[in-house]
Write a protein that binds this ligand. Structure first.
Ligand code: RB5
Length: 159
């Protein structure tokens, strides 16, 4: 699999360890930075990796920051990206099976390296289930393109 990776400074060392492990598992890995522990803004790297995935040069993207939250938010701003921030394998697996997630974001301050590998492993290996889930992805795509819900906006309910 061709995998684009990126991080901010907080996750630079963590990302490097994961990259070595991915290469050892025969994946092709391209690192979009950051390349040191010098403070940077996670946004740049989230956008760069996300764009590279929807651009078609990579099968998936994996991002790292302190929590995985900021960089995951940035990735989700790129049309066509379905990024998931995960700290356990169950959500990682279902983000593939149900949501066809194409970018994974991890928090270097949240998960240990071995847990991260477990999360990534299941996320890489799990295929999209399609079927009823494909219709939901289609609705996300329509919203991205047209900024509208397929069935109109639901009315709010007071509790
Ligand atoms: C950087 O201090 C930190 O805010 C960043 O790594 C990330 O956790 C943001 O969501």
């Amino acid at each position: 699999m061709r995998i684009a990776i990126g991080s901010d400074h907080t996750a630079f060392a963590f990302k490097s360890e994961v990259a070595k492990w991915l290469c050892g598992a025969e994946h092709e890995v391209v690192d979009f930075g950051a390349m040191s522990m010098e403070p940077v803004d996670y946004c740049e790297y989230g956008f760069a990796v996300a764009k590279s995935v929807v651009g078609g040069n990579f099968d998936r993207g994996i991002l790292f920051c302190g929590t995985g939250v900021g960089i995951g938010i940035c990735a989700n701003k790129v049309r066509g990206v379905r990024a998931v921030t995960c700290s356990e394998p169950y959500s990682a697996m279902l983000s593939r099976a149900h949501n066809d997630a194409n970018v994974l974001a991890l928090g270097a301050r949240v998960v240990g390296l071995e847990l991260a590998k477990m999360i990534i492993d299941v996320w890489i290996k799990t295929p999209f289930d399609g079927g009823r889930h494909a219709e939901r992805i289609r609705k996300i795509q329509i919203f991205e393109e047209q900024n509208r819900c397929v069935e109109g906006y639901a009315d709010g309910k007071s509790w």
